[in-house]
Design a protein around this ligand. Structure first.
Ligand SMILES: [Zn+2]
Ligand SMILES: [Zn+2]
Length: 353
C-alpha cells in the first residue's frame, strides 16, 4: 500500500498540472475518499452476503424454509452445507457406486441412498445424531454415506469422463425422484455393501446383533465380476507374529497356522463370525481388519515361512450387493427387481413432502 501511494503522488507531481500544493493535496484526498467509498460498496455487495450466508465460522445457518433440503456435515471441508435432496443424492451415488455401472443398478443405489437420507431428516421425525446433532448426515462413509463434490468427482473420473458419468448419475436420480423403500409403512435402513463375492448375502443378525426382517440372506448368482472382488495377501510369519501379537502366546514362525488360528463360528453362508488365535477369541471382523482382507469370507493356507490369506467379496455382505445389482441389471433386471431381491418384502413408495 505504501508503495502504491508514493508512486501515485510522485506521478501527480511530475505531471506539473499547474495546481498549487494545497490543490494537489485536495485532489489526492478526494481520490482516496472515492477509493474508500468504492471499497465500501464492494464489501456491501459481496462481503456482507457471504458473512450472512456462511457465518463467521464458515457454517451455513439453518435457514431452510422447506424440507427438500438436507443438512450435511462435509467432513473433508469441515463445513455444514444445506443441499437440495436430489442434488445431494447425485454426490452420494457418485461416491458410493462405480459410475460405469448399469443405469438400473444406479437407480437402485439412488433409491437406497434417498431412503437412508430421508430417514435421517429432522423434518421426517429423525432424532439428532449424537455424532453430529446439528446436521442430519455427514460425508464419512464409515458413519453415514459417502458424498463427493464436483471437484472431487472430476478428480475421481478425470475431466473427459466427468460429463458422461455425471449425466448417467443425474439421470438415475431423476428417474427415481422421491422414491424410497418401506417395510410395513416405515422407511427401512437400506444397508449396502460392495460385493458378497457371489457367495450370497447375510442375515443381519449373523453380522450384527439385531434381527431385521427385510435384511435376509439371499443368493447372488449374477454378481458382476465377482472373482475380481477377491483379496489375497501373503504375510511372512515374522510379520504375522507382530500383527497378531496381542493374541499369540509364542511367535508363529515355527508353527503351522492351523495350530494357532481356529475358526469357532461361521455364518450359514460361511463367513467367519468368531475365531480364536492361540485360544484367545477374536471376532471375524477384527481378524479381517488385522489381516487387511476385504470380507470375513476368509481362507488361509500355510506356505513355509508365509501364510497366504484370501477373502471373497468386499464389505459386510448385508442388504444390497452393489456388484450383484450390476450383474442383475446386465442380465436385464430393473431397479425394482434388484431392490426386491436384496431387501426382503419391502415396498417402493413415494415420499410425501
Ligand atoms: Zn454421520
Ligand atoms: Zn453379491
Amino acid at each position: 500500500m505504501t508503495m502504491f501511494f508514493s508512486y501515485h503522488f510522485n506521478k501527480t507531481g511530475h505531471l506539473n498540472t499547474g495546481m498549487t500544493e494545497s490543490e494537489l493535496g485536495a485532489v489526492f484526498f478526494m481520490k482516496k475518499f472515492v477509493k474508500l467509498i468504492f471499497s465500501f460498496i464492494i464489501i456491501c455487495l459481496f462481503g456482507v452476503p457471504l458473512i450472512v450466508l456462511y457465518g463467521p465460522d464458515g457454517l451455513i445457518p439453518d435457514t431452510r424454509d422447506n424440507q427438500h433440503t438436507v443438512r450435511v456435515l462435509d467432513k473433508q471441508m469441515g463445513q455444514v452445507r444445506n443441499i437440495p435432496i436430489e442434488e445431494y443424492l447425485v454426490g452420494v451415488v457418485a461416491a458410493e457406486m462405480p459410475a460405469g455401472f448399469e443405469l438400473e443398478a444406479l437407480k437402485a443405489q439412488a433409491i437406497a441412498a434417498r431412503t437412508y437420507t430421508i430417514k435421517r431428516m429432522f423434518a421426517f421425525g429423525a432424532k439428532p445424531n449424537p455424532h453430529h446433532p446439528e446436521t442430519e448426515v455427514c460425508t464419512d462413509p464409515t458413519h453415514c454415506q459417502a458424498w463427493i463434490n464436483t471437484d472431487d468427482q472430476m478428480k475421481k473420473w478425470g475431466r473427459m469422463k466427468y460429463y458422461a458419468n455425471i449425466e448417467r448419475i443425474k439421470t438415475a436420480v431423476k428417474l427415481t425422484k422421491d422414491l424410497v423403500l418401506t417395510y410395513n409403512g416405515d422407511l427401512i435402513d437400506p444397508v449396502y455393501h460392495g460385493s458378497c463375492g457371489g457367495k450370497g448375502t447375510e442375515n443381519s443378525e449373523d453380522v450384527w446383533s439385531a434381527q431385521v426382517p427385510y435384511l435376509r440372506s439371499v443368493d447372488c448368482d449374477l454378481e458382476y465380476k465377482s472373482e475380481q472382488q477377491n483379496t489375497t495377501v501373503q504375510i511372512d510369519k515374522s510379520k504375522l507374529s507382530s500383527i497378531l501379537k496381542d493374541f499369540l502366546i509364542i511367535p508363529v514362525s515355527s508353527q503351522s497356522s492351523a495350530n494357532y488360528i481356529e475358526i469357532l463360528k461361521k455364518s450359514p453362508r460361511g463367513r467367519i463370525q468368531e475365531a480364536a488365535v492361540s485360544g484367545k477369541k477374536i471376532s471375524g471382523m477384527e481378524l479381517r481388519n488385522l489381516l487387511g482382507l476385504g470380507s470375513t469370507m476368509m481362507y488361509w493356507q500355510d506356505k513355509g515361512d508365509k501364510v497366504i490369506f484370501s477373502s471373497a467379496g468386499k464389505g459386510h455382505a448385508v442388504g444390497l450387493c452393489q456388484y450383484g445389482a450390476n450383474g442383475m441389471a446386465l442380465a436385464g433386471k430393473n431397479y425394482k427387481d434388484i431392490l426386491y431381491h436384496y431387501y426382503t418384502n419391502v415396498k417402493i413408495a413415494k415420499v410425501k413432502y
